[in-house]
Design a protein around this ligand. Structure first.
Ligand SMILES: [Zn+2]
Length: 409
């Protein structure tokens, strides 16, 4: 049997093996910021001149399911526009991405919808809110967002809100912190559990994370974070956090941002200077700072001799680290494409996923610590693709249980 598998592997061109895996398993990415662009008028069906995501490249990348981020900038709080922006972002995912391209995308609300979309040859589009300030301290808004299709929410973005501390300002003097979650924050987590909306701990402060662990009855995800043991960034998760999350069935989805994957300050400094210079030149082309950042990223990728501080090997190292400390079922992929200013060489945009998958297949073959009863390379990579799908199912089951308990109480 094993010989047959080896022969089969040789008989297939490398790309074909990757494609077969992408047909058999569903590649799920839990964080993509393309909706920031579609809200501003970009048609995802047209080939983008800059940025990381469009329909052609999503298909080239073999994405089975994509969580699109309904990102609400922290600046919306002072402008009293948080809910307004959240609703606009949800609309652009539903209207500009899914409804405009009904033959390519389907809005997925359940794990079964994801499986069905894959079977139909379409990309499952899911909605995740980024920034808990979107609910404006109201469980009613949280329930409205769920009704509109939101299936995860990062409790904070880079700003501490009225009920949860953020890693983004935890060291900033003058910001009123709560020491984690407030009592209302805990009720947000419980309501998310009851609804079946995944609690996302990417961006939260460490104290918030531990309060979530104590409060949540369902598995928790980090939709786009990497490992702090490898890159000491507060946005990344410590080994204790990853283990605690895994123990409760949770998954960390590795973020592809160079600064979260590698600590090469010298190269990063050089790149930063180049980014600044290029941005100054391109700023006249768009009034949206986010678009300028993406234009700079694309231009630097196309230029010659630009140092890229991270490689696909760095992504593998982060995945491998999670597998080593918490197991194969604890890791997934959350690229953060269209939200990052630098991606690893060879993994520049959504179309490059096959390069990562090829590398994953090769390293999965050489897993030294996986034991004699380790899974086949294909099955390990399938886990990385689908762990979040399994958690969506588990989350639903937990929800049904807690709903029943609520009814019986
Ligand atoms: Zn983010």
């Amino acid at each position: 049997m094993r010989i047959a598998i080896v022969l089969l592997a040789f008989a297939l061109a490398p790309d074909e093996e990757v494609r077969r895996l992408q047909r058999d398993a569903i590649l799920i990415d839990t964080h993509n910021d393309a909706p920031m662009r579609t809200r501003a008028g970009f048609d995802i069906g047209k080939t983008a001149a800059f940025g990381d995501t469009d329909l052609v490249r999503l298909r080239a990348g073999g994405l089975g399911a994509q969580f699109f981020s309904a990102y609400v900038p922290a600046s919306m709080v002072a402008a009293n526009q948080s809910a307004h922006r959240a609703l606009e972002m949800i609309d652009t995912i539903r209207h500009d991405i899914v409804a405009r391209h009904p033959n390519r995308f389907v809005l997925a609300l359940t794990a079964a919808d994801i499986v069905e979309a894959h079977r139909a040859g379409k990309i499952a589009a899911l909605i995740g809110i980024e920034g808990g300030h979107a609910i404006e301290d109201s469980l009613r808004l949280l329930r409205d967002y769920y009704a509109l299709g939101v299936r995860y929410m990062t409790l904070t973005h880079s700003n501490t809100n009225g009920w949860a501390d953020s890693s983004g300002d935890i060291r900033k003097a003058g910001v009123k912190h709560h020491g984690g979650l407030t009592e209302f924050g805990r009720s947000v987590v419980r309501e998310m559990n009851r609804l079946g909306m995944l609690v996302d701990v990417s961006h939260v402060a460490d104290d918030t994370f531990w309060d979530v662990m104590e409060t949540s009855s369902a598995p928790v995800i980090a939709s786009h974070s990497s490992c702090r043991a490898l890159t000491p960034e507060l946005r990344n998760m410590t080994d204790d956090m990853i283990r605690a999350m895994a123990k409760k069935g949770g998954v960390i989805h590795i973020n592809f941002a160079c600064s979260f994957l590698t600590r090469q300050p010298a190269v990063n400094e050089a790149r930063k200077a180049l980014q600044k210079k290029t941005a100054a030149r391109l700023r006249s082309k768009s009034s949206e700072e986010h678009e300028v950042t993406l234009m700079v990223k694309t231009e630097l990728e196309r230029g010659k001799g630009v140092p890229v501080p991270a490689t696909i090997g760095d992504v593998l190292a982060h995945i491998d680290h999670v597998v080593k400390i918490a197991g194969v079922d604890a890791v997934g992929l959350g690229s953060d494409f269209d939200g990052i200013d630098c991606a690893p060489a060879g993994l520049e945009d959504v179309s490059k996923y096959p390069n990562l998958i090829r590398a994953l297949l090769e390293t999965a073959t050489r897993c030294a610590y996986c034991g004699p009863r380790r899974r086949s390379p294909e099955n390990r990579v399938r886990s990385y693709f689908e762990n979040s799908l399994a958690r969506t199912v588990a989350n639903r089951a937990a929800t049904l249980r807690s709903s029943r308990a609520a009814i019986e109480a």
